[in-house]
Design a protein around this ligand. Sequence first.
Ligand code: MRU
Length: 354
Amino acid sequence: MKYNNKNYTSLWYKNGVVKIIDQTLLPENFKIIDLTTTDDIINAIKTMKVRGAPLIGVAGAFGVYFAFKEYNGEDDHQKLNNKIIELKNSRPTAVNLQFAVDLVYDHALNTNYENPEEDALDKANELFDSEIKACKRIGEHGFKILNKLEVKEYINLLTHCNAGWLATVDYGTASSPVFEAAYRGLDIHVWVDETRPRNQGGKLTAWEYFHEDIPHTIITDNAGGHLMRNGEVDIVITGADRIALNGDTANKIGTYLKALAAYDNKIPFYIAAPISTIDFNMKSGKDIPIEIRSENEIKFSGNTPLNHTLSPALNHGFDVTPARLITGFITEKGIFTPEQLKELKNGKKQTSIT
Ligand code: MRU
């Protein structure tokens, strides 16, 4: 998607180097940095220079390639294995990271042991391409929902956090239907939740929409309920970090409250996510690991105190929205109710609700 009228993906691979846009510096600075080792990838994920469930999956996939490059001696298997585990655990909640690392690692180990490094790179590149295509398809399916909404003048969509192109490789998940709608001429405006404490909505989602000329307004995290009660929200779409088999969904902290408010106001609440975000091994949301991040993210912005810094703070990164509050899942394979998700397991034939 566009930044200053030039097209970018949020990460790309070229000649042994993974290039990323450093998301901790946006929107003030647009800086591309080079990652060349597994530790670079792990650090970029931990410090959230790369973030967003599908994107950390793709970054992890290239991390496996670096690991095979770094541990290629006959006695290195244990070290390689340990590094892969460290990579997989660099953030706990988004299942895409574990999915992608396992995918590439298993492929490289099982394909042709002559050159696992090349096999890992091929698989990482394949995942890169397939995540872009999945996000584009999510946009096309999501467009069908937006196109059917009965609205006054234009569609008012509310979103939380950043599930845009920065969080994926391109197009985004929750943002992809918005881009598709705008491209096909629907009038749309997005309420962008600020998303405390790191402000991924106010800093990243707003930056993306600004550079794509999508009408949008940043709101505080507490404003959504008020707007919903006043009839100023037609639909809510967010991304996801992990979807359990029963449809319970982990996403950025605050998503649950938006789903509750949407339910109370009879506003459709959709999750947009690629199939790689569904954890088919997890029966319900109660087992999803919730990341707890540093209390300093709540107390400070950079070095500036925001709250009483001597008080303790508790910083859950995610919450779980129960399936009963979710109208449907917009995936690359179509739109599904929570009950239909299990049909997607093992690529079983599925019937989309649209
Ligand atoms: O902690 P973050 O910034 O990685 O959290 C990201 C989110 O919660 C996104 O909404 C989610 O990963 C979906 S990304 C398409």
